[in-house]
Write a protein that binds this ligand. Sequence first.
Ligand code: A2P
Length: 321
Amino acid sequence: MAIVVPGVTLSSCGLTMPVIGMGTSSSPPVAPETTKAAIIEAIKAGYRHFDTAFAYRTEQPLGEAIAEALHLGLIKSRDELFITSKLWSSFAEKDLILPAIKMSLRNLQLDYIDLYLIHWPLKLSQEVRQMPVIREHIFPLDIKSVWEGMEECKNLGLTKAIGVSNFSCKKLEELLSTAKIPPAVNQVEMNPLWQQKKLREFCKARDIHVSAFSPLGANNTKWGDNRILECDVLEQIAKAKGKTTAQISIRWLYEQGVSTIAKSFNKERMKQNLDIFDWSLTEEESNKISQLPQRKGITFESILGPHDLVLELDAETLNEY
Ligand code: A2P
């Protein structure tokens, strides 16, 4: 039986978003057919929210999976799904934003995206093909003009909501000082070992919904590890409740009022990750989790290299737990 995932209303735009979305980024990358097949399984399991990005190269297989799900009758209409995609940093320039979202829409075979995010708070040159990059290819983001481009996407109906990803409080403040449409979402790394308390308080006070990526520590990826899945405290709680550490992490995120982007292409694990709605953590368990020592998993430096601008961005986010 498919699980029905509750929704959260994005207060700045009134849109409802399922609180668990499936991540589509694999590292190392997998064949598009594998991604497509996993998404179809996920729709059967009850996922209605999918997170992609131009940079993940999963917009096309997601689009094909949606078309097939409609053809198979797994969903009656595209409107039953919530699709998030992201503006890649090489297109983070006012005149390149409309062409970028239109390209994403073509990849996805859709007329609109539900939520379009600025992927990173910096701009990269269009020549960038691999990471790390040379300093000459990195530029500060012109937040005001890029956000105007994002607002245009929403005003034209190409996306229902707009937001950001990997933004610090400082970057959000800069954005809010000129935005006509406030960002609906800030999607950031968040899990029991990187709880983002400061950023969450900041966002709550400004009606910006926080969405958590790497809820399981991005295990098996180049930048992730097993620190969540094998965390002693989470393991003890999981054992006592007959759950898995992954479920404890996702349930904890749900109880913090954030939404979660969890990636699993494995049929059993993707079901497990949705099975968190008919039980809860005790106060004692939550207290234990809130006292866990904090460590950010992914830094811009680890992806882009130790450049001045990159280190500045990391420094902004590193004091926000
Ligand atoms: P797989 O796709 O084989 O299930 P994150 O969401 O933090 O980025 O973590 C994703 C990683 O965690 C992937 O390697 C994924 O592998 C693995 N994963 C996802 N769900 C679970 C789970 N319930 N138990 C163990 N590993 C999981």
